[in-house]
Design a protein around this ligand. Structure first.
Ligand code: G1P
Length: 297
């Protein structure tokens, strides 16, 4: 029996420069896929995986995130007065139990590993999850839930993994596979953003992690790595060097890289098409668009 995972860290301190000018005043995590902010997808996934404590590692300019998960008494009063029960229900999904969310500031942008370490006092000595809200994963069973179920069997630390084209491997953390057991692979090394031609495989780390507390201890002494930043990948790789087990998990589901504009647009279309109230109109428009593009060729 593994210790239950009840805490998740959401690193949300990044400046989101790829989405400027929008992110000049709106945190990237509040940008919406259809009508729900990116962060809502991450929180829902965590909740469905049994997470009870949500730790946001934030930075200056991210207070919209705190407001988003707060009650909005005036808005709720207005909706109630007008009998808009459906909208009230929609809003209820954004309400978190008092004390369930903690916000910690990352005062210096020193990298993902540093962001995770900022939450160490709230994690103390138990395994925990990390969710990167940029990676939106659509699947029948939430990705983190799939991982927690697999972790029940394996223990150790586990990262979500997905095959990517070799040419893109340098944009990711990449796994050096020891033994491939299908959905679970055991890992003998990890490299963050390998140089071209140096990736040990094309199995890339995607933004879901289950980590043992020893990773936090490794982060204390972690030198800066790729891009001059303190990398979470390096601290997990140290686990292997210290003789502890690390696994990759090939999740079932479609991952969208919402940290890139193209990925964000693809997710918007896919989530729109998945909605009963939008599907027909959107599909018709996409067909028309394709037909007119063909005609112009
Ligand atoms: C981060 C991690 C990287 C991982 C990626 C997945 O990189 O450092 O290991 O492969 O997320 O999205 P970033 O995309 O923040 O540069």
């Amino acid at each position: 029996m593994q210790k239950k995972i009840t805490k998740a860290i959401f690193p949300v301190a990044g400046m989101g420069t790829r989405f400027l000018p929008a992110t000049k005043s709106v945190p990237k995590e509040i940008m919406t896929l259809v009508d729900r902010p990116l962060i809502q997808y991450a929180i829902d996934e965590a909740r469905e995986a049994g997470i009870k404590e949500f730790i946001f590692v934030t930075s200056r300019g991210k207070s919209a995130l705190e407001d988003y998960f707060d009650h909005a008494p005036q808005l709720e009063r207005e909706l109630r007065k007008k009998g808009k029960t459906e909208l009230l229900e929609t809003l209820a999904a954004t309400n978190m139990e008092s004390g369930a969310i903690a916000y910690i500031r990352q005062h210096h942008a020193l990298g993902l590993g540093h962001a995770v370490r900022c939450a160490r006092r709230l994690i103390a000595n138990e395994p925990f999850a990390v969710i990167l809200p940029d990676d939106v994963i659509a699947g029948e069973k939430p990705c983190l839930k799939q991982m927690i179920d697999a972790y029940e069997e394996t223990g150790g630390s586990m990262v979500a993994a997905m095959e990517v084209p070799m040419a893109q491997a340098s944009s990711y953390g990449v796994l050096d596979v020891k033994e491939d057991m299908g959905s679970i692979v055991s890992v003998k090394g990890m490299v963050e953003k390998p140089k071209e031609g140096q990736a040990p495989s094309n199995l890339a780390v995607i933004g879901r992690y289950i980590l043992t507390p020893s990773v936090l201890r490794n982060l204390r002494n972690q030198d800066s790595g790729a891009g001059g930043e303190i990398q979470l990948t390096d601290a997990i790789a140290s686990e292997i060097e210290q003789g502890r087990n690390v696994y990759g998990f090939r999740f079932k589901g479609q991952r969208y890289d919402c940290g890139s504009k193209a990925g964000f647009l693809q997710a918007t279309v896919a989530f729109g098409l998945a909605r009963d109230d939008l599907r027909d109109e959107l599909a018709e428009y996409l067909d028309e668009l394709q037909a007119s593009r063909r005609a112009a060729e």
